[in-house]
Design a protein around this ligand. Structure first.
Ligand code: AMO
Length: 430
């Protein structure tokens, strides 16, 4: 018999449902258990004399989280979840679970976060956690959909790299034959080099790595970065236009495809109107100072300052907003400078930076000068600079933290909730 998910079964069906035992109730001659699969739960009812004796006996042997396969009739049952129950003809105990569960799967007893991540595959049996992962996977699907529709070419650039673009202190070294190499912090250098290839609009999705000794709710050592790079732009405005269209496209997709998950998690997605609010860094500093936050012009925005800005923007009806014209000194060498300010932008959502990028410097001599000024050795980046020597159009792009976006869509307390097996300074297994 073909397997069905519990939610697909209809009264009158003969069905096979596979899953885990969520709860057992034994009333002597009447035994029930709840069978959970990824679509929900169905009650299985075994009445002595009405089901085969062997099946009745097996129900007595069941324990929580055993893996079972049930074949039987689906019947009407007013008291049962969904108004139906299965009356088993065949019951196979496929795999027993040890009885002392290391964590409480349904969070009735609050399990410590560390313990939950030690047994993540068990943790994720909780439908709410599955819903988070479905929202993430749907977000990714619609991001991909956007780039396909907008004519971007998906590229794959190397994860093992000779030099990093985001600062030496946050690189993970790897042994590469007889040389030292690094796990990529970002596809930055490669996506820019591709602007000299004539592909014009590229995007990439993949894991990137940061050896940051942060212990915060928004930093991890490995995360999914969505990157795009676009040539022949006039200014960073073109980049913001692409980015905001991508955000709205994916938010709409998630709101449409994840109705059940959002309901289960008690969340509603507000689709922002385009264009998203743009606010200059100057204005941000002015606002923060006015509200008593200690900040000087030229400082990068710290976590607490971003949060405060988020509160102020939300009051004005903006969950999403761009911060533009950052001071030159806080932006990396590849961002185009415009005197004291740069063409670097950030996109913030509910007080957290979700993406960062802008227009790049495409003039090789200027680029080399800025690198030197920032204390970098241009010789180590010859392979990158070469791409600027044979006709490099003006270009720009962004790096976008998908997990941060999902964390904020669902108002989760920590980015790690969106990651199956998070990597942090303290965690390398499982
Ligand atoms: P940046 O370093 O700002 O820019 O990273 C881009 C986006 O990636 C996310 N992010 C992180 N998410 C989780 N854990 C971390 N440790 C972490 N660090 C960053 C954030 C951030 O906005 N090359 C540039 C992008 C560009 O200019 O195109 C870059 O990597 O959401």
């Amino acid at each position: 018999m073909q397997r069905k998910y519990s939610s697909e079964t209809r009264i009158g069906d003969q069905a096979q449902v596979n899953g885990w035992v969520a709860k057992v109730r034994d009333l002597g001659g009447l035994k029930f258990f709840l069978l959970r699969d990824r679509t929900g739960e169905i009650q299985v009812t075994a009445k002595k004399g009405s089901v085969p004796e062997g099946v009745f006996k097996k129900v007595s042997e069941l324990g929580r989280e055993d893996c079972v396969s049930v074949t039987g009739n689906v019947e009407k049952a007013g008291q049962a979840p969904g108004g139906k129950e299965m009356v088993p003809k065949v019951l196979e105990i496929v795999a027993k679970s040890e009885t002392q569960l290391p964590i409480d799967v349904f969070g009735k007893i609050e399990s410590g976060k560390d313990k939950r991540f030690d047994f993540r595959w068990l943790d994720v049996r909780d439908p709410k956690l599955q819903a988070i992962l479905k929202v993430k996977s749907t977000t990714l699907k619609h991001i991909r959909g956007y780039f396909e529709k907008a004519g971007f070419v998906e590229v794959q650039t190397p994860v093992i790299q000779a030099a990093g673009a985001e600062g030496g202190a946050t690189m993970f070294p790897v042994v590469y034959y007889e040389r030292e190499a690094f796990l990529r912090q970002s596809p930055q250098l490669y996506k820019q080099m591709l602007m000299a290839s004539g592909l014009d609009k590229v995007w990439e999705i993949g894991q990137v790595f940061r050896a940051e000794k942060f212990h915060t709710s928004r930093h991890v050592s490995e995360f999914i970065s969505v990157d795009f790079e676009q040539a022949w732009i006039e200014s960073e405005d073109d980049i913001m236009n692409t980015l905001e269209s991508m955000v709205v496209h994916s938010l709409k997709g998630v709101a449409k495809d994840c109705k059940d998950e959002l309901e289960m998690l008690g969340k509603k997605i507000t689709i922002p109107e385009l264009p998203l609010k743009r606010i200059t860094y100057d204005k941000v500093v002015e606002k923060l100072k006015k509200s008593g936050v200690a900040i000087e012009w030229g400082d990068d925005l710290e976590d607490a300052q971003e949060k405060k800005l988020g509160e102020m923007m939300r009051k004005k009806g903006h969950e999403w907003y761009f911060v533009t014209k950052y001071p030159s000194k806080v932006k990396p060498f590849y961002i185009m400078l415009d005197g004291k300010v740069s063409r670097g932008i950030d996109l913030d959502y509910k007080g957290m930076e979700i993406a960062s990028g802008g227009q790049r410097e495409h003039r090789v001599e200027v680029l080399k000068k800025v690198m030197k000024r920032k204390g970098m050795d241009p010789h180590k980046f010859e392979f990158y600079l070469d791409a600027f020597r044979y006709g490099m159009p003006p270009h720009g792009g962004i790096g976008f933290g998908v997990e941060r976006m999902v964390e904020k869509i669902l108002d989760l307390p920590d980015i790690k909730e969106v990651i199956l097996f998070p990597r942090t300074p303290d965690r390398l297994v499982p």
